[in-house]
Ligand binder design. Structure first.
Ligand code: TPP
Ligand code: MG
Length: 292
């Protein structure tokens, strides 16, 4: 991916998420939703690192970005949230419960970790070089079945990549109030899992770390763990006003926004052209979904 493609994909996620938020606030969408504004980097990186024809990818509730990147068809995500038959889960799953080829999401916090380990077990026995990847949040790190998944993956030597998106909060609970750590290195190493940590702000670095982890799982057929430090600029879900997030944390991440980082590598005219292209695409998606 060149920087233009990376920016296009990041902005497509961000502007679609903003559109979804605005449709909710206008009362035009029902149910709930969990946007990933600020957390676009991992989905964009995985859009080319995961081979949807053989690999498996699982995620939790905050998966709009991954869903759009895996399908390449934002209509099927917005359509799903609108309950349309062409939605990713035929309009029956809503924002949190979608699938496409070998990609699956579920709203149970960390619930896909054991499922992914089971998939990795099957892949190991099938032979070949396909891998299973699961993306989850810091809140999931305190779920027993997630910790059991780490233990099983390591002790059985399974081809699974664990990606922890550490945004510092589980709903409104700050990580430091429920953990002895604000990063999970010691806990992960306690399971003897190979561990790398990276900040989402520097896309090239994030991409290099994830690529390395994917390649190791693919070739060595054993697990890897990547902790991605990130931040959400939106509420936990549609009605959250984010009163618990300190201004300094937002300020830091506005400075270290992954979108800004990539945009800075392009000329203002190039960024403007990509913004216009994305705005047109978002409008097309919206018009398709309201008319079909
Ligand atoms: C087993 C379970 N417990 C509680 C919830 C309610 N819940 C939904 S999201 C969430 C917080 C998850 O936080 P984290 O894993 O850090 O992901 P983030 O929302 O930050 O992306 C909780 C507790 C749930 N969905 N499933
Ligand atoms: Mg979190």
């Amino acid at each position: 991916m060149d920087n233009k493609e990376i920016l296009y994909k990041m902005l497509l996620i961000r502007r679609m998420e903003q559109k979804i938020e605005s449709l909710f606030s206008q009362g035009l969408l029902r149910g709930t939703t969990h946007c990933c504004i600020g957390e676009e980097a991992v989905p964009v990186a995985l859009s080319v690192l995961i081979d949807m024809d053989k690999d498996y990818l699982c995620s939790g509730h905050r998966a709009h970005g991954l869903s759009m990147m895996m399908t390449g068809k934002p209509e099927t995500l917005l359509g799903e949230i609108m309950g349309k038959p062409y939605g990713m889960a035929k309009g029956l799953g809503g924002s949190q419960h979608v699938y496409y080829k070998n990609y699956f999401t579920n709203g149970i916090t960390g619930g896909m970790a054991p499922v992914t380990v089971g998939i990795a077990f099957a892949l190991k026995h099938d032979g070949g070089d396909a891998i299973a990847t699961v993306v989850f949040g810091d809140g999931a790190m305190n779920e027993g079945y997630v910790l059991e998944s780490f233990n099983m993956a390591q002790s059985m030597g399974l081809p699974v990549l664990f990606i922890l998106e550490n945004n510092g909060y589980a709903m409104s609970t700050p990580i430091e109030t429920v953990n002895p750590y604000t990063v999970f290195e010691d806990r992960v190493k306690g399971f003897a899992l190979p561990y790398q940590r990276v900040e989402a702000s520097d896309f090239d670095n994030l991409f290099a770390v994830l690529k390395d982890a994917v390649e190791k799982v693919r070739t060595e057929r054993t697990p890897q763990f990547v902790e991605v430090m990130t931040h959400r600029f939106c509420g936990h879900s549609k009605s959250d006003k984010r009163a618990y997030i300190p201004q300094e944390r937002d300020d830091y991440w506005h400075e270290h926004d992954c979108v800004k980082g990539v945009a800075a590598k392009l000329t203002p005219a190039e960024v403007e052209a990509i913004e216009a292209e994305v705005a047109q695409r978002v409008e097309e998606v919206y018009q398709y979904c309201v008319t079909h």
